[in-house]
Design a protein around this ligand. Sequence first.
Ligand SMILES: Nc1ncnc2c1ncn2[C@@H]1O[C@H](COP(=O)(O)OP(=O)(O)OP(=O)(O)O)[C@@H](O)[C@H]1O
Ligand SMILES: [Mg+2]
Length: 245
Amino acid sequence: MKRITFCAERLPNGEAVRPIPIDFDKSPHLICQGGTGTGKSVASLLTTAKISQLPGSQVFILDFKNDVDTFKFCHGKDCRYWRFRDCETGLEKYYNLLQDELASDEDCGPRPVRWLWIDELGSWLLNSDKKTADSIRAKIATILMMGRSRRFFVQTSVQRAQAELFSQGSRDNYSVCLGMGNLTKESASVLGFSRDEFLPITEIGGGHLIMGGRQYPVQIPYIGPRGMARMKEDILKALMRNDEN
Ligand SMILES: Nc1ncnc2c1ncn2[C@@H]1O[C@H](COP(=O)(O)OP(=O)(O)OP(=O)(O)O)[C@@H](O)[C@H]1O
Ligand SMILES: [Mg+2]
């Protein structure tokens, strides 16, 4: 895959210098953790916008919280965006698509990326009854464990990525972990961040990244209103794109 760059490594003086390109074919699935208001959704918009620019890519968004600030651009559009209780329908669609791919022995050549963004998984599970929550966790576990070879990738944002949100240890399949803001000791430990190496975060968009066994202090670029509008345009195209167009 063309490598995606959404953050740069920060030096101890705060300067963001070295862009960190990520190849999701090699490092599949991204988990983004951070307290409320630390920039998870903006960071996720940026990665999704970059994925949306890949030829043929298809985006799916599940927004349980119905975050109008972030997702108003999807409202009223005929696209793969679901909110609140409808998220179950969206997950089911994505899961069934993967099942179809797994069952097929057709060699249809290089596959387009199917990118599933689940915003605020923790709130979704917390507000679902046990049977529903178990079914959500089971589907996500399958996608995390079996999606990579079919280029089904998941980006999940959570306030804290505790193991109970995932079944069968499937959380370990997130190869890229982004921790936004100043993580508490407890939330740093759940994804294996070492706080010894933490530089304090002073700017919005600051955080830490774990990839390939390494931890980096990182900065997501500041995105102004025009950049935000452009990203949303790109995402909307990929939310509507199907196999024919
Ligand atoms: N990279 C950025 N560039 C510009 N503004 C940003 C950036 N990151 C965050 N912000 C600003 O901070 C606000 C909060 O960010 P965001 O909504 O991404 O946080 P969050 O962690 O998803 O919070 P929540 O828990 O409320 O969903 C945004 O509305 C935006 O104004
Ligand atoms: Mg958010």
